[in-house]
Design a protein around this ligand. Structure first.
Ligand SMILES: Nc1ncnc2c1ncn2[C@@H]1O[C@H](COP(=O)(O)OP(=O)(O)OP(=O)(O)O)[C@@H](O)[C@H]1O
Length: 341
Protein backbone atom coordinates (compact mmCIF):
# COMPACT_ATOMS: atom_id res chain seq x y z
CA UNK A 1 0.00 0.00 0.00
CA UNK A 2 1.14 3.59 -0.71
CA UNK A 3 2.07 5.81 2.22
CA UNK A 4 -0.69 5.80 4.85
CA UNK A 5 -2.05 9.26 5.63
CA UNK A 6 -4.44 7.82 8.23
CA UNK A 7 -3.39 4.96 10.49
CA UNK A 8 -5.75 3.69 13.16
CA UNK A 9 -4.32 1.11 15.55
CA UNK A 10 -6.52 -0.90 17.89
CA UNK A 11 -8.67 2.21 18.17
CA UNK A 12 -11.49 1.75 20.71
CA UNK A 13 -14.15 3.88 22.32
CA UNK A 14 -16.36 2.59 25.10
CA UNK A 15 -19.32 4.37 26.65
CA UNK A 16 -19.80 2.37 29.85
CA UNK A 17 -20.38 -1.22 28.69
CA UNK A 18 -21.11 -0.08 25.15
CA UNK A 19 -18.26 -0.61 22.68
CA UNK A 20 -18.99 2.12 20.13
CA UNK A 21 -15.69 1.33 18.36
CA UNK A 22 -13.88 -1.90 19.09
CA UNK A 23 -10.16 -2.42 18.30
CA UNK A 24 -10.22 -0.82 14.88
CA UNK A 25 -7.15 -1.28 12.67
CA UNK A 26 -7.30 0.67 9.43
CA UNK A 27 -4.86 2.39 7.08
CA UNK A 28 -5.91 4.82 4.37
CA UNK A 29 -3.42 5.78 1.65
CA UNK A 30 -2.69 9.31 0.50
CA UNK A 31 -4.94 10.22 -2.43
CA UNK A 32 -7.36 7.37 -1.78
CA UNK A 33 -11.17 7.68 -1.80
CA UNK A 34 -12.36 5.45 1.03
CA UNK A 35 -16.02 4.65 1.75
CA UNK A 36 -17.08 4.19 5.37
CA UNK A 37 -20.27 2.13 5.36
CA UNK A 38 -22.44 0.71 8.06
CA UNK A 39 -25.91 0.73 9.59
CA UNK A 40 -26.99 3.35 12.14
CA UNK A 41 -25.02 3.14 15.35
CA UNK A 42 -22.19 1.13 13.77
CA UNK A 43 -19.54 3.53 15.07
CA UNK A 44 -18.71 5.60 11.99
CA UNK A 45 -19.24 9.01 13.59
CA UNK A 46 -17.36 8.01 16.74
CA UNK A 47 -14.43 6.89 14.57
CA UNK A 48 -14.44 10.22 12.72
CA UNK A 49 -14.59 12.17 15.98
CA UNK A 50 -11.54 10.26 17.25
CA UNK A 51 -9.68 10.92 13.97
CA UNK A 52 -10.39 14.63 14.38
CA UNK A 53 -9.26 14.61 18.01
CA UNK A 54 -12.77 15.64 19.11
CA UNK A 55 -13.30 12.62 21.30
CA UNK A 56 -10.66 10.73 23.26
CA UNK A 57 -10.18 7.03 22.52
CA UNK A 58 -10.56 4.55 25.38
CA UNK A 59 -7.59 2.71 23.88
CA UNK A 60 -5.44 2.67 20.76
CA UNK A 61 -4.28 5.51 18.56
CA UNK A 62 -5.28 7.56 15.53
CA UNK A 63 -2.40 8.95 13.48
CA UNK A 64 -3.69 11.48 10.94
CA UNK A 65 -1.40 13.40 8.55
CA UNK A 66 1.55 12.43 10.73
CA UNK A 67 0.05 13.70 14.01
CA UNK A 68 -1.54 11.85 16.89
CA UNK A 69 -5.12 13.11 16.84
CA UNK A 70 -5.53 12.86 20.62
CA UNK A 71 -2.32 14.62 21.54
CA UNK A 72 -2.19 17.19 18.73
CA UNK A 73 -5.79 17.84 17.67
CA UNK A 74 -5.05 21.35 16.37
CA UNK A 75 -2.41 20.08 13.95
CA UNK A 76 -4.89 17.51 12.66
CA UNK A 77 -7.62 20.14 12.39
CA UNK A 78 -5.36 22.30 10.20
CA UNK A 79 -4.90 19.47 7.69
CA UNK A 80 -8.27 17.79 7.74
CA UNK A 81 -11.54 19.25 6.47
CA UNK A 82 -14.77 17.83 7.88
CA UNK A 83 -18.11 18.32 6.15
CA UNK A 84 -20.99 17.22 8.41
CA UNK A 85 -24.28 16.05 6.87
CA UNK A 86 -25.94 19.28 7.94
CA UNK A 87 -23.62 22.18 7.18
CA UNK A 88 -24.26 25.51 8.86
CA UNK A 89 -23.87 28.67 6.77
CA UNK A 90 -24.82 32.28 7.29
CA UNK A 91 -28.04 32.09 5.33
CA UNK A 92 -28.44 35.80 4.72
CA UNK A 93 -24.89 36.20 3.40
CA UNK A 94 -23.65 35.26 -0.06
CA UNK A 95 -21.74 32.07 -0.88
CA UNK A 96 -18.65 34.18 -1.48
CA UNK A 97 -18.94 35.94 1.90
CA UNK A 98 -19.39 32.61 3.68
CA UNK A 99 -16.22 31.20 2.11
CA UNK A 100 -14.20 34.32 2.84
CA UNK A 101 -15.39 34.13 6.44
CA UNK A 102 -14.22 30.51 6.77
CA UNK A 103 -10.88 31.37 5.16
CA UNK A 104 -10.34 34.25 7.60
CA UNK A 105 -11.23 31.96 10.52
CA UNK A 106 -8.47 29.66 9.30
CA UNK A 107 -5.93 32.46 9.35
CA UNK A 108 -5.87 33.24 5.62
CA UNK A 109 -5.10 36.93 4.80
CA UNK A 110 -8.05 39.03 3.51
CA UNK A 111 -6.67 39.24 -0.03
CA UNK A 112 -5.84 35.52 -0.28
CA UNK A 113 -9.20 34.67 1.28
CA UNK A 114 -11.07 36.43 -1.54
CA UNK A 115 -8.85 34.87 -4.23
CA UNK A 116 -9.23 31.38 -2.81
CA UNK A 117 -12.98 31.77 -2.34
CA UNK A 118 -13.49 32.90 -5.94
CA UNK A 119 -11.28 30.13 -7.33
CA UNK A 120 -13.13 27.50 -5.30
CA UNK A 121 -16.55 28.81 -6.31
CA UNK A 122 -15.46 28.36 -9.92
CA UNK A 123 -14.09 24.89 -9.11
CA UNK A 124 -17.41 23.71 -7.66
CA UNK A 125 -19.45 25.40 -10.41
CA UNK A 126 -21.02 28.12 -8.27
CA UNK A 127 -19.41 31.22 -9.78
CA UNK A 128 -22.75 32.48 -11.07
CA UNK A 129 -24.32 32.13 -7.63
CA UNK A 130 -21.33 33.63 -5.81
CA UNK A 131 -23.19 36.78 -4.78
CA UNK A 132 -26.50 35.08 -4.13
CA UNK A 133 -27.67 34.58 -0.52
CA UNK A 134 -27.00 31.02 0.68
CA UNK A 135 -30.58 30.88 1.98
CA UNK A 136 -31.70 30.75 -1.66
CA UNK A 137 -29.35 27.88 -2.64
CA UNK A 138 -30.72 24.43 -3.51
CA UNK A 139 -29.56 21.43 -1.48
CA UNK A 140 -27.12 20.46 -4.26
CA UNK A 141 -25.68 23.97 -4.35
CA UNK A 142 -25.29 23.97 -0.56
CA UNK A 143 -23.36 20.71 -0.70
CA UNK A 144 -21.06 22.09 -3.40
CA UNK A 145 -20.54 25.20 -1.30
CA UNK A 146 -19.84 22.88 1.66
CA UNK A 147 -17.14 21.17 -0.36
CA UNK A 148 -15.59 24.54 -1.22
CA UNK A 149 -15.87 25.45 2.47
CA UNK A 150 -13.83 22.45 3.64
CA UNK A 151 -11.29 22.95 0.83
CA UNK A 152 -10.59 26.61 1.56
CA UNK A 153 -7.94 25.81 4.17
CA UNK A 154 -6.27 23.46 1.64
CA UNK A 155 -6.57 20.27 3.66
CA UNK A 156 -4.78 17.02 2.85
CA UNK A 157 -7.77 14.96 3.90
CA UNK A 158 -11.49 15.66 3.68
CA UNK A 159 -14.13 13.72 5.58
CA UNK A 160 -17.58 13.96 4.05
CA UNK A 161 -20.58 12.76 6.05
CA UNK A 162 -23.46 11.73 3.74
CA UNK A 163 -22.56 14.41 1.15
CA UNK A 164 -25.24 13.36 -1.33
CA UNK A 165 -28.18 13.31 1.09
CA UNK A 166 -31.27 14.96 -0.37
CA UNK A 167 -29.74 15.85 -3.74
CA UNK A 168 -31.43 14.96 -7.05
CA UNK A 169 -29.74 12.32 -9.26
CA UNK A 170 -28.16 14.86 -11.59
CA UNK A 171 -26.77 16.81 -8.61
CA UNK A 172 -25.43 13.57 -7.09
CA UNK A 173 -23.60 12.71 -10.31
CA UNK A 174 -22.05 16.17 -10.48
CA UNK A 175 -21.01 16.19 -6.82
CA UNK A 176 -19.46 12.73 -7.01
CA UNK A 177 -17.63 13.60 -10.24
CA UNK A 178 -16.28 16.69 -8.51
CA UNK A 179 -15.10 14.73 -5.45
CA UNK A 180 -13.47 12.14 -7.68
CA UNK A 181 -11.80 14.80 -9.81
CA UNK A 182 -10.44 16.63 -6.76
CA UNK A 183 -8.95 13.45 -5.44
CA UNK A 184 -7.43 12.37 -8.77
CA UNK A 185 -6.06 15.73 -9.86
CA UNK A 186 -5.02 17.20 -6.54
CA UNK A 187 -4.09 14.08 -4.61
CA UNK A 188 -6.75 14.78 -1.99
CA UNK A 189 -7.57 11.92 0.37
CA UNK A 190 -11.33 11.52 0.80
CA UNK A 191 -13.25 9.66 3.48
CA UNK A 192 -16.85 9.27 2.48
CA UNK A 193 -19.52 8.19 4.98
CA UNK A 194 -22.57 7.01 3.11
CA UNK A 195 -25.57 4.72 3.08
CA UNK A 196 -25.85 5.15 -0.68
CA UNK A 197 -24.10 2.06 -1.86
CA UNK A 198 -24.34 2.54 -5.60
CA UNK A 199 -22.83 5.96 -5.30
CA UNK A 200 -19.99 4.78 -3.13
CA UNK A 201 -19.31 1.98 -5.58
CA UNK A 202 -18.90 4.55 -8.37
CA UNK A 203 -16.05 6.53 -6.87
CA UNK A 204 -14.46 4.71 -3.91
CA UNK A 205 -11.13 2.92 -4.29
CA UNK A 206 -11.91 0.85 -1.19
CA UNK A 207 -14.71 0.52 1.32
CA UNK A 208 -14.84 -0.50 4.96
CA UNK A 209 -17.99 -2.10 6.35
CA UNK A 210 -18.75 -1.33 10.01
CA UNK A 211 -21.05 -3.35 12.22
CA UNK A 212 -21.39 -2.85 15.98
CA UNK A 213 -18.15 -0.97 16.34
CA UNK A 214 -16.13 -3.47 14.33
CA UNK A 215 -14.74 -3.31 10.83
CA UNK A 216 -16.06 -6.59 9.47
CA UNK A 217 -14.79 -6.29 5.89
CA UNK A 218 -12.49 -3.93 4.08
CA UNK A 219 -11.11 -3.79 0.56
CA UNK A 220 -11.83 -2.95 -3.04
CA UNK A 221 -15.31 -3.74 -4.31
CA UNK A 222 -13.70 -6.38 -6.55
CA UNK A 223 -11.87 -8.00 -3.62
CA UNK A 224 -15.04 -8.15 -1.51
CA UNK A 225 -16.97 -9.55 -4.48
CA UNK A 226 -14.18 -12.07 -5.00
CA UNK A 227 -14.51 -13.21 -1.39
CA UNK A 228 -18.22 -13.70 -1.99
CA UNK A 229 -17.65 -15.60 -5.19
CA UNK A 230 -15.06 -17.80 -3.50
CA UNK A 231 -17.62 -18.62 -0.82
CA UNK A 232 -19.52 -20.60 -3.47
CA UNK A 233 -22.56 -18.33 -3.55
CA UNK A 234 -23.74 -17.03 -6.90
CA UNK A 235 -26.48 -15.01 -8.49
CA UNK A 236 -27.98 -16.17 -11.76
CA UNK A 237 -30.15 -13.98 -13.93
CA UNK A 238 -32.73 -15.60 -16.22
CA UNK A 239 -34.71 -14.19 -19.13
CA UNK A 240 -37.72 -16.30 -20.06
CA UNK A 241 -39.96 -15.96 -23.14
CA UNK A 242 -43.11 -16.21 -21.03
CA UNK A 243 -44.45 -16.49 -17.49
CA UNK A 244 -44.82 -20.19 -16.58
CA UNK A 245 -47.04 -20.76 -13.52
CA UNK A 246 -45.19 -21.59 -10.30
CA UNK A 247 -41.77 -21.04 -11.84
CA UNK A 248 -40.68 -19.14 -8.73
CA UNK A 249 -41.71 -21.96 -6.40
CA UNK A 250 -40.15 -24.60 -8.69
CA UNK A 251 -36.79 -22.85 -8.79
CA UNK A 252 -36.98 -22.15 -5.08
CA UNK A 253 -37.45 -25.88 -4.45
CA UNK A 254 -34.10 -26.71 -6.07
CA UNK A 255 -31.44 -27.71 -3.59
CA UNK A 256 -28.98 -24.84 -3.08
CA UNK A 257 -31.35 -22.09 -4.23
CA UNK A 258 -31.87 -19.59 -1.41
CA UNK A 259 -34.09 -16.98 -3.06
CA UNK A 260 -35.82 -16.14 -6.32
CA UNK A 261 -36.66 -12.54 -7.13
CA UNK A 262 -38.38 -10.97 -10.07
CA UNK A 263 -36.54 -8.20 -11.94
CA UNK A 264 -36.64 -5.30 -12.17
CA UNK A 265 -36.88 -5.19 -8.42
CA UNK A 266 -38.63 -1.81 -8.18
CA UNK A 267 -41.74 -3.34 -9.75
CA UNK A 268 -41.93 -6.19 -7.23
CA UNK A 269 -43.55 -4.21 -4.49
CA UNK A 270 -46.03 -2.53 -6.79
CA UNK A 271 -47.25 -5.84 -8.20
CA UNK A 272 -46.98 -7.71 -4.89
CA UNK A 273 -45.06 -10.36 -6.76
CA UNK A 274 -42.73 -11.63 -4.05
CA UNK A 275 -43.71 -13.96 -1.29
CA UNK A 276 -41.98 -12.63 1.80
CA UNK A 277 -42.19 -15.91 3.68
CA UNK A 278 -40.80 -18.23 1.08
CA UNK A 279 -38.89 -15.77 -1.07
CA UNK A 280 -40.76 -17.39 -3.94
CA UNK A 281 -42.39 -15.56 -6.81
CA UNK A 282 -46.05 -15.71 -7.75
CA UNK A 283 -46.39 -15.36 -11.47
CA UNK A 284 -50.01 -14.72 -12.30
CA UNK A 285 -50.10 -12.27 -15.15
CA UNK A 286 -48.13 -11.04 -18.09
CA UNK A 287 -48.65 -13.98 -20.47
CA UNK A 288 -46.90 -13.24 -23.72
CA UNK A 289 -44.35 -11.01 -22.01
CA UNK A 290 -40.76 -11.75 -21.10
CA UNK A 291 -39.97 -12.54 -17.48
CA UNK A 292 -36.65 -11.76 -15.77
CA UNK A 293 -35.70 -13.55 -12.57
CA UNK A 294 -32.72 -13.40 -10.23
CA UNK A 295 -31.89 -16.70 -8.57
CA UNK A 296 -29.64 -16.64 -5.52
CA UNK A 297 -27.62 -19.82 -5.04
CA UNK A 298 -25.72 -20.95 -1.95
CA UNK A 299 -23.74 -23.49 -3.96
CA UNK A 300 -21.82 -23.37 -7.24
CA UNK A 301 -22.80 -25.24 -10.43
CA UNK A 302 -26.59 -24.87 -10.21
CA UNK A 303 -27.03 -23.36 -13.70
CA UNK A 304 -27.80 -26.69 -15.47
CA UNK A 305 -30.48 -27.62 -12.90
CA UNK A 306 -32.05 -24.16 -13.21
CA UNK A 307 -32.05 -24.36 -17.03
CA UNK A 308 -33.62 -27.85 -16.85
CA UNK A 309 -36.38 -26.58 -14.55
CA UNK A 310 -37.21 -23.76 -16.95
CA UNK A 311 -37.18 -26.21 -19.86
CA UNK A 312 -39.56 -28.52 -17.97
CA UNK A 313 -41.95 -25.60 -17.51
CA UNK A 314 -42.35 -25.45 -21.29
CA UNK A 315 -41.09 -21.88 -21.62
CA UNK A 316 -38.11 -20.92 -23.76
CA UNK A 317 -35.02 -19.78 -21.86
CA UNK A 318 -33.76 -16.70 -23.70
CA UNK A 319 -30.77 -15.97 -21.51
CA UNK A 320 -28.99 -17.32 -18.42
CA UNK A 321 -26.01 -15.49 -16.97
CA UNK A 322 -24.11 -15.27 -13.77
CA UNK A 323 -24.34 -11.77 -12.32
CA UNK A 324 -21.28 -10.18 -10.77
CA UNK A 325 -21.78 -9.14 -7.16
CA UNK A 326 -22.25 -5.43 -6.62
CA UNK A 327 -21.91 -3.49 -3.40
CA UNK A 328 -25.59 -4.01 -2.52
CA UNK A 329 -25.06 -7.76 -2.53
CA UNK A 330 -21.86 -7.41 -0.56
CA UNK A 331 -23.63 -5.19 1.97
CA UNK A 332 -26.58 -7.58 2.26
CA UNK A 333 -24.35 -10.59 2.66
CA UNK A 334 -21.94 -9.18 5.20
CA UNK A 335 -24.69 -7.48 7.17
CA UNK A 336 -27.08 -10.45 7.19
CA UNK A 337 -28.72 -10.70 10.60
CA UNK A 338 -27.17 -7.35 11.58
CA UNK A 339 -29.71 -4.60 11.94
CA UNK A 340 -27.83 -2.38 14.32
CA UNK A 341 -27.77 -2.38 18.11
N1 LIG B 1 -21.77 10.29 23.69
C1 LIG B 1 -22.25 9.05 23.67
N2 LIG B 1 -22.65 8.45 24.79
C2 LIG B 1 -23.10 7.18 24.80
N3 LIG B 1 -23.21 6.41 23.69
C3 LIG B 1 -22.82 6.94 22.55
C4 LIG B 1 -22.33 8.28 22.46
N4 LIG B 1 -22.00 8.52 21.16
C5 LIG B 1 -22.31 7.40 20.47
N5 LIG B 1 -22.80 6.45 21.30
C6 LIG B 1 -23.22 5.10 20.91
O1 LIG B 1 -22.15 4.50 20.20
C7 LIG B 1 -22.64 3.73 19.10
C8 LIG B 1 -22.00 4.21 17.81
O2 LIG B 1 -22.53 5.48 17.46
P1 LIG B 1 -22.08 6.30 16.17
O3 LIG B 1 -22.80 7.61 16.22
O4 LIG B 1 -20.60 6.34 16.10
O5 LIG B 1 -22.64 5.39 14.97
P2 LIG B 1 -22.78 5.73 13.42
O6 LIG B 1 -22.26 4.55 12.70
O7 LIG B 1 -22.15 7.05 13.13
O8 LIG B 1 -24.34 5.83 13.20
P3 LIG B 1 -25.19 6.79 12.22
O9 LIG B 1 -25.08 6.20 10.85
O10 LIG B 1 -26.56 6.68 12.79
O11 LIG B 1 -24.62 8.17 12.33
C9 LIG B 1 -24.14 3.88 19.12
O12 LIG B 1 -24.71 2.76 19.77
C10 LIG B 1 -24.37 5.13 19.94
O13 LIG B 1 -25.60 5.07 20.61
Amino acid sequence: MAEAIIALRQLSKHYGDKKAVDRLDLEIARGEIFGLLGPNGAGKTTTILMMLGLTEPTAGSALVCGSDATRHPLEVKRRVGYMPDDIGFYEDRSGLDNLIFTARLNGVSPRDAADRAEALLRRVGLEEAADQRVGTYSRGMRQRLGLADVLIKRPQVVILDEPTLGIDPQGVRELLALISDLSRKEGLTVLLCSHHLHQVQQICDRVGLFVRGRLIACGTIEALAEQLNASGTAQIELRLAGWPPDIGARLQALQGVTAVRRLPEESEQASGATDAETGGVHVEHGQGQELRLLVECAAPGLAPAIAAEVHASGTALLELRRVAYGLDDIYRTYFEGEDGP
